[in-house]
Design a protein around this ligand. Structure first.
Ligand code: AMP
Ligand code: MG
Length: 523
């Protein structure tokens, strides 16, 4: 016997739902959600699940039962689940796209965990909803593996993110034209159950605002404040301003953390921006191998590079501006509040980036020009020579420990793709010497400094080629690489014996292979 689950109905009870019960694609007005059941799949099978998350949710025992794959594959519900899809809009690649909504995400319910916290459980790929437009509401195995692994890896790195409870193979085929070149083919389908305190996005606010439905906008905003930002107080004009400020700051901090770990989201549309400042909607994301601010993993963005690594901080701010625009009707259209939220974004970003890179370099980076120059010189060098980001930063602890630096240490050489050029060696050595002197002078104890550098610079990140290897194996019926990555990425900052091959730079075969260097949005 498993204990009964406690589901809440915050969203359903506090916010207006869609009166129309049909699940056909359509525009939904005056409502923030629509009831919709997952569509049953052929033979749901659990490929992987997160024990640590299941424990947080208090459902570890249930996850061990056969029942779990049935429910998390969308073929049944646990008592208290009342599935619905949320209605939202968004700016895609800079343009207002109108209503989007959960086209293939279905929330099963809001589950209270043993510690009293409430978590939204949502299936991604569970079949069509009123928001599916012309698409099928399904997800393929490759993108589901990527979302499952990366959500949990991000959490282990300490970066705010939605979580992933389970990865289910559906047994159904899903047809996708992966390269958008007229070669559609059947691929295995899958469903991820993702979990967050809330999946509210900037786009949930933009849609009613764009339609001039200010009453609905206010209802949603008041709900969000009461549920997720109660510390701001009872809704009022100044509290709406405080909300803009708070979301701006959380978003800025999140993106500074992405920059520090080398994560490129790939599709920072406003429908993919979490109100809570979580990483959300893992699609054609990528991890920086060779350092390159101009890199985007998303083939759809290859030309304009709107969402390239170096553009993320600016795009985050642009997105916050869209949220502020959406909330303006609640504060008498006073644009100064939006401007003040954007300056809060800028300073929060600068502070968080400074804090992150202070930890990564083991020095206290201050405002003075010399500090800025030290960091900028490093970025310029990494960029010019395409040095592997994770390996380089991880090598710093070893460099700090060395007695002297006569030549470029082998642990740093290991971060080069190919033989380093003469200027790469000279400039690298000169930077490392300056940095090392500084880091040593600030360290009260070298061994302690080494440990804290290692706590700030992960050995293991979900490089694209690693995810792709797990995908290739799983597509051939072997899920063991998923499990191995899942296990190793739970402790990204620890050296783990026998796992060195997962900490290597991108191998040559992966340089131009789809899924490793570039990904399409097709998922
Ligand atoms: P994304 O680019 O994944 O954030 O998706 C943008 C919008 O398209 C969201 O409203 C999604 O719910 C919707 N969408 C993406 N893929 C599908 C699909 N296969 N079926 C239905 N809706 C989808
Ligand atoms: Mg999305």
């Amino acid at each position: 016997m498993t204990t009964p689950l406690r589901f809440h109905r915050r969203f359903l009870d506090s916010l207006p739902g869609d009166a129309d019960a049909r699940s056909v694609s359509r525009q939904v007005h005056g409502a923030l959600w629509s009831r919709v059941m997952p569509t049953a799949v052929a033979s749901p099978r659990m490929l992987a699940w997160s024990r640590s998350l299941a424990v947080e949710l208090g459902i570890e025992a249930r996850m061990e039962s056969q029942d779990a794959a049935t429910v998390l594959g969308g073929n049944a519900t646990w008592d208290g689940m009342e599935p619905y899809a949320a209605n939202y809009g968004g700016h895609q690649f800079g343009n207002w796209a109108g209503q989007l909504g959960d086209g293939r995400a279905i929330t099963l319910g809001e589950l209270e965990g043993p510690d009293g916290r409430v978590h939204e459980l949502q299936l991604k790929g569970a079949g069509p909803t009123p928001y599916s437009r012309r698409a099928d509401g399904r997800a393929v195995l490759r993108s589901s593996i990527r979302e499952f692994l990366c959500s949990e890896a991000m959490h282990a790195l300490g970066v705010p993110t939605t979580r992933a409870l389970s990865l289910i193979a559906t047994g159904d085929a899903v047809v996708r034209d992966m390269f958008y070149n007229g070669n559609a083919k059947a691929e295995p389908g899958a469903i991820v159950c993702r979990v967050a305190p809330s999946f509210l996005r900037f786009g949930n606010f933009e849609l009613p605002s764009s339609r001039g439905d200010h009453a609905l906008l206010q209802q949603l905003t008041d709900f969000a404040i009461a549920q997720f930002f109660p510390q701001l107080g009872a809704p009022s004009r100044s509290v709406y301003e405080a909300l803009m400020h708070e979301v701006a700051v959380r978003t800025a901090r999140l993106i500074a953390q992405w920059q520090a770990v080398g994560f490129v989201h790939g599709v920072m549309n406003t429908d993919n921006m979490s109100l809570l400042g979580l990483t959300i909607d893992y699609g054609p994301y990528g991890w920086v191998d060779n350092f390159d601010f101009g890199w985007t993993p998303n083939t759809t963005d290859a030309q304009h590079k709107r969402y390239a690594f170096g553009n993320q901080p600016g795009v985050g701010m642009w997105n916050v501006a869209r949220l502020c625009d959406a909330l303006l009707p609640l504060i008498g259209d006073d644009e100064r509040s939006g401007e003040s939220a954007l300056s809060a974004y800028e300073s929060a970003y600068a502070d968080e980036a400074r804090a992150q890179f202070s930890k990564k370099l083991g020095i206290r980076i201050g405002d003075d020009a010399g500090d800025g120059e030290l960091v900028q010189r490093l970025f310029a060098w990494l960029q010019k020579h395409g040095v592997d980001m994770a390996i380089f930063f991880r090598s710093l602890a070893q460099v700090l420990r060395m007695d002297e630096l006569r030549e470029l240490p082998s642990c740093v050489r290991a971060a080069f793709y190919g033989e380093p050029a003469k200027d790469a060696v000279e400039d690298g050595l000169s930077w490392l010497r300056q940095w090392r002197m500084r880091a040593r002078s600030e360290a009260s104890d070298v061994e302690l400094a080494v440990t804290s550098l290692d706590r700030a610079n992960p050995t293991f990140v979900l490089r694209n080629w690693l995810a792709q290897e797990a995908i290739d194996a799983a597509s051939a019926g072997d899920a063991s690489k998923i499990h191995r990555l899942q296990r190793v990425l739970q402790r990204p900052y620890d050296e783990q014996s026998g796992e060195d091959d997962l900490a290597q730079k991108r191998p040559d075969w992966a340089k131009d292979k789809p899924g490793c260097s570039a990904l399409s949005c097709s998922s």
